[in-house]
Write a new protein. Structure first.
Length: 198
């Protein structure tokens, strides 16, 4: 932790300059570093980086905004949720999960239907982190997906909700063709039982 405000300003100025560097790798590292600083005053710089031409810079800016956990950044993240780059959209889902606000649920419900499997998995995980029952219909739909990793992500998310109404569904998943899905169903049942006892 930097104690001297002058040193803090020097580092901040350095990162601001680095965000304008010709190298996308340097710009991405600068955005990443701004997120690690944890200062919400840096948010406008990160929001600007969301429009960078390089996907890796947009990815780093999105991750950094997720680390700041500020609901005010959600509209900016939602705008990038339609990015043409799969990794960027996946990062948006992850950042929305980190922020953990129900405001993000409508966007995440769209992302669980994304054409890219990694985006879908991250969106399911984010819905589980937010913990709203509004996500249940979309997560149940993912249980029918042929990709076992997507089914597993959905099971894990459903388990985080702790809703007793999901017990029959989770029990049925013990017959899934994939071992990891079955294991996740057992864990999810344990989570629901834990909520019940608590």
């Amino acid at each position: 932790m930097i104690q001297d405000p002058a040193n803090y300003q020097i580092i901040l100025d350095t990162f601001c300059t680095a965000l304008e560097d010709a190298s996308p790798a340097i710009r991405a590292k600068a955005a990443e570093a701004l997120g690690k600083m944890g200062d919400r005053a840096m948010e406008p710089l990160l929001v600007k980086a969301l429009t960078d031409t390089a996907p890796e810079v947009r990815h780093s800016a999105i991750q950094a905004l997720g680390q700041l956990k500020n609901e005010a950044s959600i509209p900016h993240l939602l705008a990038v949720g339609k990015d043409s780059d799969n990794f960027v959209r996946q990062s948006v889902a992850e950042a929305l999960g980190e922020i953990g606000s129900e405001v993000a649920i409508p966007a995440l419900l769209k992302l669980v239907e994304d054409a890219n499997c990694d985006v879908r998995k991250s969106a399911a995980d984010a819905l589980g982190k937010i913990g709203s029952d509004l996500a249940i219909p979309a997560l149940l739909k993912l249980l029918e997906h042929p990709d076992s990793e997507i089914r597993q992500a959905s099971v894990i998310a459903l388990g985080k909700l702790g809703n007793e109404a999901l017990i029959p569904v989770l029990i049925r998943l013990l017959e899934d063709s994939n071992a990891q899905v079955k294991e996740s169903a057992v864990d999810a049942l344990g989570n629901v039982a834990q909520y019940r006892v608590a």
